[in-house]
Design a protein around this ligand. Structure first.
Ligand code: GLV
Ligand code: MN
Ligand code: MN
Length: 424
């Protein structure tokens, strides 16, 4: 049995929904001026300032707080036996360009609220509770997501630090300029076994919970992400004089590839999506047939065999269609992450916590990437979803209702207490 003084029960850990909503509103004031939505991207000044605010909230909640070499803000609530593997929770507070106020942020602020409620109720967990605001979860201009959680899990590599963005800057140098210690980030991995369990609360970012009317999602697995860059090379010609049959139009080949990418996702039998997020062509004149084009696309699925089959089919089709137009292709894949299953034991705990609190739940996959996927390398990992209004996310309209956020935080608290009992 866990040793808690004033042992937490369902009602005592009920989050203060108003306080949580006020924290969400406060954090949303840190955003990049002149940018759409609630933009707060990695390495921006508002992001730097907001991390000071997060650290202050952690300290005020009684957490021993520091910033690690990778820039993660880490707060620790002492348990009764500090030698035990820790309970860990958290998420991220950076946003995509033009993003919203809830993605990631709900997980960090709810974790701080759970720590506050534990302290206010006089409860002491058996193990330390570690709350982390991971650096830069969203894919950045270097093509890397989850910088901080990769570092904690020992998955950040020298190759990551050597990547350069479009303006020729190296990730490691940009981290240094932001006041971080990239070499330290490579060396700081937590030991496997040092984390008894990691559980992350997150907005669903899709429509499943809203459609079914369930308040809680128990995540079964986090999708793998495969990113694709295709460069098409055709031939520039006069757009008024070259007959349609004599052209080698790189942009039309790219447009056809966009449809190939879409068709693949539409045909996924279990779970799979495919998106072309960007297209470029040159010379970009109305009176010249484009000789060059590029597309950036991604495939996502929790189903690894489907992902590898889809990669092969997409490449074969794009190359064959382009060749038929006399357009050559150069194709590169970048693996962002493989699919990761949530631990069965964590899914069971989250479901049991939701049941005991009377919240209806269902099992759902995650099509979005998460810090949790990397934390799974350190110990059992689980994720709790709460509904997103209209299933919208990565847009300024992103919204989750305060009552749903409070319910999610309540389930997070209970799951952590259940996990703690298992360490005693
Ligand atoms: C992160 O939000 C991602 O799934 O791209
Ligand atoms: Mn997120
Ligand atoms: Mn996101």
């Amino acid at each position: 049995m866990t040793t808690v003084t004033g042992r937490p029960d369902g009602d005592s850990l009920l989050p203060d929904a108003e306080r949580l909503a006020a924290d969400l509103a406060d954090l949303s004031t840190f955003s990049e001026s002149g940018e759409p939505g609630w933009t707060r991207q990695i390495f921006s000044d508002p992001y730097r300032a907001s991390r000071g605010w997060v650290a202050d909230r952690m300290r005020a909640a009684g957490l021993e707080t520091h910033v690690d070499p990778a820039g993660n803000v880490v707060g620790r609530l002492p348990g009764r036996d500090r030698s035990k593997p820790v309970l860990m929770t958290g998420s991220h507070t950076d946003t995509v360009h033009g993003g919203g106020r809830f993605d990631g942020i709900v997980g960090v602020l709810s974790a701080i609220e759970v720590a506050r409620r534990l302290r206010e109720t006089g409860a002491t967990l058996e193990s330390d509770l570690v709350v982390v605001d991971f650096l830069g979860e969203e894919a950045n201009t270097f093509g890397i997501s989850c910088v901080g959680s990769r570092a904690v899990a020992g998955l950040l590599t020298p190759e990551h630090l050597d990547r350069v963005d479009d303006s020729g800057r190296r990730l490691g140098d940009v981290m240094t300029a932001f006041g971080l210690d990239p070499q330290g980030a490579l060396d700081q991995a937590w030991a496997p076994g040092s984390v008894h369990g990691y559980v992350e609360l997150h907005v669903e970012q899709g429509p499943l919970l809203e459609r079914s009317g369930h308040r809680i999602g128990v995540v079964t697995a986090i999708a793998g992400i495969e990113r694709l860059l295709v460069q098409f090379t055709g031939r520039a010609d006069h757009a008024g004089t070259m007959p349609m049959t004599g052209r080698h139009d790189a942009l039309v080949a790219a447009a056809q590839a966009v449809l190939t990418v879409e068709r693949e996702g539409c045909g996924a039998p279990v779970h799979g999506v495919s998106t072309t997020g960007r297209i470029e062509s040159s010379p970009g004149a109305l009176n010249v047939v484009p000789d060059k084009a590029r597309i950036w696309a991604e495939l996502r699925s929790i189903d690894a065999p489907w992902l590898s089959g889809a990669k092969r089919r997409v490449v074969e089709q794009i190359a064959a269609d382009a060749e038929a137009r006399g357009v050559s292709t150069l194709i590169e894949w970048l693996n962002d992450q493989d699919p990761v299953a949530c631990a069965r034991s964590m899914q069971d705990r989250i479901g049991a916590a939701a049941d005991s609190l009377g919240y209806a739940w269902e099992a759902v996959p995650s099509g979005a990437g998460h810090d949790a996927a990397h934390l799974a390398h350190l110990g059992p990992m689980g994720m709790i979803f709460l509904p997103s209004v209209g299933g919208r996310s990565h847009v300024p309209e992103e919204l989750s209702e305060p009552a749903d956020i409070a319910a999610g935080a309540h389930v997070l608290a209970h799951t952590l207490v259940r996990l703690d009992r298992d360490t005693a």
